[in-house]
Design a protein around this ligand. Structure first.
Ligand code: FES
Length: 275
């Protein structure tokens, strides 16, 4: 049996949303956890962040980045089925009362996590603040897919200032810290900015948790691909994370592993697919 696609739409020129019928995952998924899907019998395993999981369906945000994400975008439509859908994987984030909870995101995976976590944190009695950064006004998601609908305060920034505040989430978070509005912060998106966020919050001793994206293969702690150096120890993002205390991550190693491996292979696979 496959997993039926129940909805699909564009979020921006580069990102899209896909909803899949997968009651076994929707039932037990919690913020912080991810899923792995396989398009067809010979397909690769693709780890993905979840925007929401309700009523037996799991909604994901995906960037048109490599061969599989393009294939899903161009060749699979509502009513079609995915070959496999695994999850939930990884460790959930502890939902409890922290006070003021901030979530900052600047890329597709982070934007999905922003909504999911703040919704749960608000239900747990926290004051929630979302900060979302997009490249420009054309890349801002439709309103119902922003964390705006679940956060008590929402800041939208664009790098060129064509919508919302001009700048990056780092600028807004800095201001929020100065205003003493951050009790704990979670963040997801580009690793280089997560590393900067860790340095920004460190002197203030603000608990800071980041989703550490690493290239995953099996997604279950068996292959070692998603290794991260955490507090001087080797951990696996898929099994021990993907959310870690950002102050204990060796960011240089994480960035190096994530951006410099398989670049040529991924480029070639994408080129061959688009030919
Ligand atoms: Fe293989 Fe994490 S993906 S160990």
């Amino acid at each position: 049996m496959g997993y039926k696609i129940t909805a699909k739409r564009d979020l921006s020129p580069i990102d899209y949303m896909v909803e899949v019928e997968a009651p076994h995952v929707a039932r037990s998924w919690k913020p912080g956890q991810f899923v792995v899907f396989i398009l067809h019998e010979k397909g690769e395993r693709i780890p993905m962040s979840v925007f929401k999981a309700e009523n037996g369906k799991v909604m994901m945000f995906i960037r048109k980045l490599g061969k599989t994400s393009l294939q899903l975008y161009y060749e699979f439509n509502v009513g079609d089925e995915l070959y496999s859908f695994l999850g939930p994987l990884g460790k959930p984030i502890k939902i409890k009362e922290y006070g003021n909870v901030v979530f900052a995101s600047d890329a597709v995976c982070g934007h999905a996590e922003n909504y999911a976590l703040l919704k749960a944190m608000k239900e747990a009695g926290n004051y929630t603040i979302s900060v979302q950064t997009f490249e420009d006004k054309n890349h801002v998601y439709p309103e119902e897919f922003l964390a705006k609908s679940v956060a008590d305060e929402h800041y939208l920034t664009t790098l060129d200032g064509s919508a919302g505040i001009k700048g990056h989430y780092l600028d807004v978070v800095k201001k929020l810290i100065e205003e003493d509005k951050v009790d704990i912060i979670f963040a997801g998106g580009g690793l280089r900015n997560l590393a900067k966020l860790a340095e920004l919050t460190r002197p203030y001793g603000i608990p800071t948790y980041a989703t550490v994206r690493q290239i995953m293969v099996d997604g279950t702690g068996m292959c070692g691909s998603c290794r991260v150096l955490y507090n001087g120890e080797v951990k696996f993002a898929c099994r021990d994370g993907p959310v870690f205390d950002a102050h204990k991550i060796d960011w240089e190693d994480a960035i190096n592993r994530n951006y410099n491996r398989f670049i040529e292979q991924e480029k070639l696979a994408k080129e061959l697919y688009l030919k």
